[in-house]
Design a protein around this ligand. Structure first.
Ligand SMILES: Cc1cc2nc3c(=O)[nH]c(=O)nc-3n(C[C@H](O)[C@H](O)[C@H](O)COP(=O)(O)OP(=O)(O)OC[C@H]3O[C@@H](n4cnc5c(N)ncnc54)[C@H](O)[C@@H]3O)c2cc1C
Length: 597
């Protein structure tokens, strides 16, 4: 979908949902907070979003959905999430639960599930078990072969939508011997099995997403026919891991939406609040904090742009892109939100404030992005396992390999570039050292320098400075490779499990993010709407990444901050999503009297 079409679609959804500060709108903060306070599943929100058809953009067109591009559904969900992460999660879980079918299901299985979902049916994804968490190969739910089908016995716990959805897609053991080929996937339609064989577990009380149905399902000899098996017997782990790749890539949108609302609310406050004769936005320290939060969000936006597009443009590399995004975005944005707390001040703590009440909910809800679908640690471990190959190719790839990566990077980071249709079965579990962001980084830097040469005055200086600082960061590939080699020599077989390897993986993520910021700039600058592109913003993005390594050093001066503040104020006043996409948000019809209280 072109940028113009996606923007028009996003605008339609925004208009449909209305100004969240308007109590009469379809998805007002007042009602969202009410659901949260009373821990009531948001049936009404989910239903009206289904009526609009939002979930269809994440279902394959070939079987009756409207998805070709994952990017469309991902961005629509950001708009839902900026109002309520619980509703967004409930919808996302249904779509993610469909992934095993999309990857390995038969045409009939896909068609029937899509039809069911279009009629309002929900899905849940039963992977986790109470005693085994991330250790999937220890899972105990068993599927015993019987005439014409399987008998399922065991328990799935901490499953989103487990009670409200009629159908759960489960991961169960079919093999007698332990190992990766011991598991298979089944569709369990609770309406089709004897009630006595299935018992829903109590809905858990949660810290964030309080209105979510997070429960579980206990099965005791539940019969499912052979036609309910997804893919071949023994293929379950592969399907589950590939499904998880998409989940990891899209779930970070919840954290971005939370910070978008957090920043928007904070600006509502700082633009109107006068302290000692100055708007808080204009107090130099506050202004810096606000612009830094904005730059963090734009780093996240650039990283997720490439990651979401990699689902289609580089599916064989998804094990890297999905883990980078799943580790980096939630951890980065949690810090961003903490920083914003101190700008908004005491009101961030108030659950019932008529304007700032949603802030504390966003603060709680965003934490889910770190936990669900493979926690931070699991993703760092996944990167650690591939790190040697990734560093080797980032440092020493042949020119032809880099050229091919640079060509793909133009699609990965070019917002207006057509994407190939999503074919999830092309995803790979290991990327064999390939990470196009890192491989294309040198090309990105030379393009950035060329753009700087075409620019004038301070913009030229800022772009050149951004290129220099980004290059210095990216040059850390060499020392990082040396440290990895030394560690390996020192620790031998312990290397793969060492805490130090996790730290190296974290640093790799920072380098990938640096490349993503540069590549987004060079491949999308021509299609960005005013006031973007901005050399000042790019420089501040690089500074924010650099701060993880040099916490107290700045590469920006006050004039850069002033310029980024101009960009931020423009997006706030024009009511646009804080993103390279800048989707127009629903018109703000509620007056801001409550924001002054
Ligand atoms: C809101 C929410 C929604 C969820 N929805 C679903 C759902 O729809 N379907 C579903 O199947 N599950 C769901 N889950 C469950 C969740 O995805 C799993 O519980 C989680 O991925 C497993 O992690 P755990 O936190 O239970 O940690 P465990 O795997 O038990 O690990 C505990 C701790 O050990 C450490 N650790 C784990 N693995 C490693 C490692 N390899 N190396 C080093 N340290 C490690 C980490 O610090 C980790 O936090 C949901 C959970 C939440 C909170």
């Amino acid at each position: 979908m072109s940028k113009a079409d996606l923007t028009a679609l996003a605008a339609q959804l925004e208009e449909y949902l209305g100004d969240p500060h308007d109590a009469g709108s379809r998805m007002s903060f007042t009602r969202v907070l009410d659901h949260d306070e009373h821990e009531e599943y948001p049936y009404a929100f989910v239903s009206q979003l289904r009526r609009w058809g939002v979930h269809e953009y994440s279902l394959p067109a070939e079987q009756g959905g409207r998805a070709g591009n994952v990017e469309t559904g991902f961005n629509l969900m950001r708009l839902v999430g900026r109002r309520d992460a619980t509703t967004a999660t409930a919808l996302v879980i249904t779509n993610l639960s469909f992934m095993p079918l999309w990857i390995a299901g038969s045409d009939e299985q896909k068609r029937s599930a899509v039809e069911d979902m279009k009629r309002g049916g929900g899905l849940s994804w039963g992977l986790s078990e109470r005693d085994h968490g991330s250790d999937l190969l220890a899972n105990e739910m068993v599927a015993e072969k019987t005439d014409g089908g399987y008998l399922l016995t065991g328990e799935k716990w901490l499953i989103g939508n487990a009670t409200v959805a009629d159908t759960m897609v489960v991961f169960a053991r079919t093999g007698k011997r332990n190992g990766p080929a011991a598991y298979s996937i089944f569709i369990v339609d609770k309406r089709q099995i004897p009630a006595i064989t299935a018992e829903e577990l109590p809905v858990e009380k949660l810290h964030g997403l309080r209105a979510l149905d997070l429960s579980g399902l206990r099965l005791k000899g539940a019969f499912v026919p052979d036609s309910a098996r997804v893919g071949a017997e023994g293929q379950g782990l592969e399907i589950a891991l590939k499904s998880t790749q998409l989940a990891r890539t899209v779930i970070s949108s919840l954290a971005m939406s939370a910070v978008d609302t957090g920043l928007r609310l904070t600006l509502d406050f700082t633009e109107g609040r006068v302290l000692l004769g100055t708007a808080v936005s204009d107090v130099p320290y506050s202004r810096r904090q606000l612009t830094e939060a904005f730059a963090d969000l734009m780093v996240a936006d650039a990283v997720s742009l490439g990651a979401v597009r990699s689902l289609q443009a580089a599916p064989e590399q998804l094990s890297v892109w999905s883990s980078v995004v799943k580790y980096l975005l939630p951890t980065l944005l949690e810090k961003t939100m903490s920083q914003l707390n101190m700008v908004l001040g005491a009101r961030f703590f108030l659950r019932d404030h008529p304007h700032y009440g949603p802030y504390q909910k966003m603060l709680r809800d965003l934490l889910v992005a770190n936990i669900a679908d493979g926690n931070t640690v699991v993703n760092l471990r996944n990167l650690g396992q591939q790190l040697d190959g990734l560093l080797a190719s980032a440092g020493e790839a042949a020119p032809a390999v880099r050229e091919a990566a640079a060509e793909r990077a133009a699609t990965l980071f070019g917002m207006d570039r057509e994407l190939p249709v999503y074919e999830p079965w092309k995803q790979e579990l290991f990327s064999r050292g390939q990470d196009d962001a890192m491989l294309a980084a040198p090309d990105g830097l030379s393009r950035l320098r060329a753009l700087a040469e075409e620019a004038k005055g301070t913009e030229r200086d800022r772009l050149l400075r951004a290129a220099d600082e980004a290059e210095e960061l990216l040059d850390r590939v060499g020392p990082l490779t040396d440290r990895a080699a030394e560690l390996k020599a020192e620790l031998g077989r312990e290397y793969a499990q060492s805490a130090e390897l996790f730290e190296l993986s974290k640093e790799y993520c920072l380098l990938h993010a640096t490349a993503a910021c540069v590549l987004t700039y060079v491949h999308s600058h021509g299609v960005l709407d005013d006031p973007l592109p901005s050399g000042a913003l790019l420089l501040l993005q690089i500074e924010r990444l650099r701060r993880h390594l040099y916490p107290h050093e700045s590469v920006t001066d006050p004039s850069v901050i002033d310029e980024v503040m101009r960009v931020l104020r423009h997006l706030h006043r024009e009511n646009r999503l804080f993103s390279h996409w800048q989707f127009p948000l629903a018109e703000r019809v509620a007056d801001l009297t409550a924001a002054r209280l």
